[in-house]
Structures are given as structure tokens and as C-alpha cells.
Ligand binder design. Structure first.
Ligand code: G6P
Length: 615
């Protein structure tokens, strides 16, 4: 994780870097720092805390002029979040400065070696080791900065996206990547460096995404030169035109990004199926699936790999794939899969789901599956991300940038893409009749409208939130398609409000969680009319008999649950397979309102980061 930003050009670098860091704070917010070169000296200001704390500190500490600078927002790995461990880190001579996203795994042995040669260290970070290693190589080998970076990186084990600056050679920044993302915005006589394109979107739409094991020397007035770290060979820069625009990464009048993104879901789902779901022709068109239809049809099974909320979307997909296309599905945490020597064959299709497309565990699991001959299909939101590039084929979710750390629209659009794939395969395999297929297409097309209607419960949910904001525990129950929604509802609550919450299959409650129920335990139950309704109503009765408080998500027009639940939240009726797209809405709103009322930082919950690029 961690966000990195750099600028070299003709504008004042400070405001570009500060604004850019704010946009990258989703990647980590334990500390922040900046290094500016004003033509003569290198000024570093850094502090524990957020970018706003950095602004306050740099106001007092540094003059803010200079058109070359690098900045960093940190998610701590090595060393606690404090001022000293914040980036940028300077080398012992004070000539070199570095920002780094990733982990240098062999930093300890490198550090010992450097100490034995007289180097001293102020921080506990692996990054300070790297910058001194670069300095050491530069002196020993008597080479320029670019070469020194290259030689040093060949001695390093781990992951990195770095930007390095040498004050004795101003006008140049050296960057490199392995396992952590790095983009370069190419403007008129200026370059922007960042973990993603959001910091430079208003300055240029031209971006180069560095590939793993590539480095670049960026010099003012020169073309960018990209080389392979391992053998120094030149790589042709591929300049992409960005589709993102500024409004997409602003709050647009909402108090928080999370609330904006919750409300964007009707649009996001529509964008996700636009051009793919052709109701009149009764077809689903997805190039990545069509081109690889044989692989899907010959698959013995589908293995879904993902982390966090994306894993929950995978669980929903398991129900949908098995129901519609009758292909056995296994859903795995990428972090477990990659380390447990799984049985994978060439007849497996692996679907990797990731909003960011950068999650380190998911990326490693993909590489493992590919090495065993499986066909790997990616479902990502971020265009051009590492996972999108590493997979054999894929489909984007088109949710637009998701900035709130708690994932919302990514989840519903992932389910939408996976549903489209399952429906397409169902037709190709003949496991669904053409009339059912038409019906499902029609129903899916109505989902955005229904999500809009579901969003109208906002004020009602806010009132419910007031009654439960002081709870210390919460239980979420659901069955079938809505069991994963219960898991996701519980995850949302714990992520942003720090209330302990557990999701459980409703019927499993009696095997343990029922022991937790008393008059202080809110239980959120998803009880849609088509999903094992009577059984879930019985579970609600069991909870009521033990004085638990019931908040039930029901289909509009429900009568039975209304009589027993403490609160009901109505959502529109739909095909049961599509109900997760609706039942998840009130659960997102509930956790949002509880977190706001508890004064929690909704968009940047403590200890979390949106893009987890370390193991
Ligand atoms: C982090 C984020 C979650 C996300 C998970 C997987 O934990 O905070 O919101 O679900 O990573 O991320 P991915 O980008 O792979 O979907």
C-alpha cells in the first residue's frame, strides 16, 4: 500500500504533490511527507498522521517553492507510524531522497552489511536501508543515480514502487516498480509520478504504466527512457489515454466518498451491463468470455480467488454459477490458495476478482494458477491494473473510481459482471431455457431502477442507526444467495464503525451464535420473500424468544416478519438470484450511518487501506 506522488516540470510542485497525496490517501494514512528541491537545497517535511497534518507542519518547516518534488502517504509495515519512520527518507550523505511503496524483505541482512561499512540509520524502515544501499553502490561503483538504482534493485528481494532523487544531479527522478503500481503522467515539458493516475488527471490524460521489473529515468526536456531492471534492455514506452475525469474522483456534494459511491450504484450497475446485455436480441456479449468460450465450456470447475469484499462477491457468484450454468465452483481466499499447494489443472478456469487490480495475494494466486496451466479470467475495476494485465482475459466492472476504503459499488458491479458471465454460460451450455434467459435479462435490466428505490430507505435506516450506535456486537444472518450478503454487511460495519460484527448462515445460528443473543444483541436478518422465507422466519422467532433485537430486510409487502421484528426495511421484489444487489443497499447505509454517528472516519477507517499491495 502507501501512495507515492512526484512532479518534475515548470509548475510549483508543492500543491500538486499535496493534492495528489490527498487523492492517494485511500492507500494508507499513517503518516505523510514531502521532499522539495528549490534549485539549491532539498527540504524534507514529514509527520505522523494525515496529509492535512503534513500541510500544517510544512507550513512552519519549509518554504514551499520548487518545481521538483516527491511525496508519500504511508501504510506502516516496518516501523510504527511516527515522524522518523515517515517517508521521504534521505541517504546518509543527505544527497539522495526516496519514497517507497512495498516491502524490502531482505532489508535486515542489507542493513547489517551497510552498518558494518559505517552507515547509520535513524528509522526502523526497510526504505532507509534501500536508499543507503543505492548511495553505497553509487559511491563504490562510481556510477550515476540511474545505474546505482538498477544495481541496488538487483540485490533486493521484495516489492517496490520507488521514486529517487539526487540533489547533486537535479532535473532528474529515477523510478522503478516490482509488485506495486506506478504511473507516469506525461505533460508538456513536465512529468507526474503517482501510484495511480488520480493525482494528475487534471493536468494530462497521457499516462504510462510501468510494468513489473521496469525502471525509468525521467529528465526534464527529454523523452522518458524505460529499461528492464534485470538486463538494462530498453522498453518502448506505451502511452495510454486515460478515460477517468476529475468529477469521478470528487465528492460531488456528498459528505463522504462512501455515501456518494453507495448512491452511484444504479448508474454503476447500468454502466457495467451497458453494451453487454442486449435484451431485444436476447444475447449477452462479452468479448473476454466469447473468445474463450471453449475454455469455459470444457472447464471441470471454476475456482474463484479474491480477498475482502471481492471474496464476498465471489461467494454470491458461486450460487449464481452453480444455479444457472451448473458448473462446480470453489471460492478461495487468494492468501490461502497461494500458499497451500492447491490442486489445479489445465481444465480449471480461475476467476480472479479485484476492485483495485493490485491486491498482492490475488496477484500471486493468479501467477500460481497460470503456472499450473489454468486459464485465468480477471474481473477488475481499475483499468490497466496489474491483475487486469496479468490475467489471460477478463471483464471490467465499470464502477468508476471507488475511493471510500469500504467497498460498495465495486461489490454490486462485480456481482453484475459475474451474473452476466453465468447467464452467458448457461445459454451456451443449454442449462437454461431461452424463455428463462429472456426473463433474467429483463430482470437484470430492471435492477438499477430497483436499487434507486432501495436507496429511498436511507432516512428510515438512519433512524434505526440511532438506536444501535452504542452496540458492541452485531450478528448478521442470511441464507442462500444472501448468506454472503450477511458476511458483507458484517464486514462493512466492523470496517468503518469498529463494532464487532459477525455474518452467519441463518440456519447455522443454532450451532453457536445463538449463545450470544440477549436483549442487547442486534441481529440483522435478510428475509426476502423467495429465499427460504419460512425457515428464516423461524430463525427470527428463535432470536425473539431470546430477546434479541431484530432488524429485518424484507421484500416490500411483507406481513409475517413485520409482526415479529423490531424494525423492518423493505426492498423491491426481484428474482432471488439478483436479490443480493438489493439487500446489500440497506446494510451499506446502516453501517455508514452508525459510523458517522460514532464520529468514525468513514472514508479512511483506522488501520485499513484500500489497495493492499503487501502480503
Ligand atoms: C482491502 C480493501 C477492501 C477490499 C480488499 C480486496 O482490504 O479495504 O475493500 O475488498 O482489499 O481488494 P481488491 O482491490 O482486490 O478488491
Amino acid at each position: 500500500m502507501c501512495g507515492i506522488v512526484g512532479y518534475i516540470g515548470h509548475r510549483e510542485a508543492y500543491p500538486i504533490i499535496i493534492e495528489g497525496l490527498k487523492r492517494l490517501e485511500y492507500r494508507g494514512y499513517d503518516s505523510a511527507g514531502i521532499a522539495l528541491f528549490d534549485g539549491n537545497s532539498l527540504k524534507i517535511s514529514k509527520t505522523k498522521g494525515k496529509v492535512s497534518d503534513l500541510e500544517e507542519r510544512s507550513e512552519k518547516e519549509i518554504t514551499k517553492n520548487g518545481s521538483l518534488g516527491i511525496g508519500h502517504t504511508r501504510w506502516a509495515t516496518h516501523g510504527v507510524p511516527n515522524d522518523v519512520n515517515s517517508h521521504p527518507h534521505a541517504s546518509n550523505s543527505g544527497d539522495l531522497a526516496i519514497i517507497h511503496n512495498g516491502i524490502i524483505e531482505n532489508y535486515d541482512s542489507l542493513k547489517k552489511e551497510l552498518i558494518s561499512r559505517g552507515y547509520t540509520f535513524q528509522s526502523d524502515t526497510d526504505t532507509e536501508v534501500l536508499i543507503n544501499l543505492i548511495e553505497d553502490v553509487k559511491k563504490k561503483e562510481n556510477v550515476k543515480l540511474g545505474k546505482a538504482v538498477q544495481i541496488a534493485l538487483n540485490q533486493v528481494i521484495g516489492a517496490y514502487a520507488i521514486a529517487v532523487f539526487d540533489k547533486s544531479k537535479p532535473g532528474e527522478v529515477v523510478i522503478a516498480r516490482l509488485g506495486s503500481p506506478l504511473a507516469v503522467g506525461v505533460g508538456e515539458d513536465e512529468f507526474f509520478i503517482a501510484s495511480d493516475a488520480s493525482p494528475f488527471i487534471e493536468y494530462t490524460k497521457n499516462a504510462i504504466y510501468l510494468e513489473d521489473e521496469e525502471m525509468a529515468i525521467i529528465r526534464l526536456g527529454k523523452e522518458i527512457k524505460i529499461r528492464k531492471i534485470i538486463d538494462d534492455s530498453l522498453v518502448d514506452p506505451y502511452v495510454q489515454e486515460l478515460q477517468m475525469n476529475l468529477e469521478e474522483i470528487e465528492k460531488g456534494g456528498y459528505e463522504h466518498f462512501m455515501l456518494k459511491e453507495i448512491h452511484e450504484q444504479p448508474r454503476a450497475i447500468r454502466d457495467t451491463y451497458r453494451g453487454r446485455l442486449l435484451r431485444d436480441e436476447a444475447i449477452i456479449k462479452m468479448a473476454g468470455v466469447e473468445d474463450n468460450m471453449k475454455k469455459f465450456l470444457n472447464a471441470d470447475r471454476i475456482i474463484i480467488i479474491a480477498c475482502g469484499t471481492s471474496w464476498h462477491a465471489g461467494l454470491v457468484a458461486e450460487y449464481i454459477f452453480e444455479e444457472f450454468s451448473r458448473i462446480p465452483v470453489e471460492v478461495e481466499y487468494a492468501s490461502e490458495f497461494r500458499y497451500r499447494n492447491p490442486v489445479i489443472t489445465e481444465k480449471d478456469v480461475v476467476i480472479a476478482i479485484s476492485q483495485s487490480g493490485e491486491t498482492a495475494d490475488t496477484l500471486a494466486a493468479i501467477k500460481l494458477a497460470k503456472s499450473k496451466g489454468a486459464f485465468v479470467f480477471g474481473v477488475c475495476n481499475v483499468v490497466g491494473s496489474s491483475i487486469a494485465r496479468e490475467t489471460d482475459a477478463g471483464a471490467y466492472t465499470h464502477a468508476g473510481p471507488e475511493i471510500g476504503v469500504a467497498s460498495t459499488k465495486a461489490f454490486t458491479t462485480q456481482i453484475t459482471v459475474l451474473t452476466l458471465i453465468a447467464l452467458r454460460l448457461a445459454r451456451a451450455k443449454g442449462t437454461m431455457s431461452s424463455s428463462d434467459f429472456r426473463l433474467y435479462l429483463q430482470e437484470l435490466e430492471l435492477i438499477p431502477q430497483k436499487v434507486e428505490q432501495a436507496l429511498k430507505v436511507d432516512e428510515h435506516v438512519k433512524q434505526i442507526a440511532k438506536e444501535y450506535l452504542l452496540s458492541t456486537n452485531c450478528l448478521y444472518l442470511g441464507r442462500g444467495y444472501n448468506f454472503p450478503v450477511a458476511l458483507e454487511g458484517a464486514l462493512k460495519l466492523k470496517e468503518i464503525s469498529y463494532i464487532h460484527a459477525e455474518g452467519y448462515p441463518a440456519a447455522e445460528m443454532k450451532h453457536g451464535p445463538i449463545a450470544l443473543i440477549d436483549d442487547r444483541m442486534p441481529v440483522i436478518v435478510i428475509a426476502t420473500s423467495k429465499g427460504h422465507y419460512e425457515k428464516v422466519v423461524s430463525n427470527i422467532q428463535e432470536i425473539k424468544s431470546r430477546k434479541g433485537k431484530i432488524i429485518a430486510v424484507v421484500t416490500e409487502g411483507d406481513t409475517a416478519v413485520k409482526e415479529i421484528a423490531d424494525h423492518v426495511i423493505e426492498i423491491p421484489d426481484s428474482e432471488e438470484a439478483f436479490s443480493p444487489l438489493l439487500t446489500t443497499i440497506p446494510l451499506q447505509l446502516l453501517s455508514y450511518h452508525i459510523a458517522v454517528m460514532r464520529n468514525c472516519n468513514v472514508d479512511q477507517p483506522r488501520n485499513l487501506a484500500k489497495s493492499v499491495t503487501v502480503e
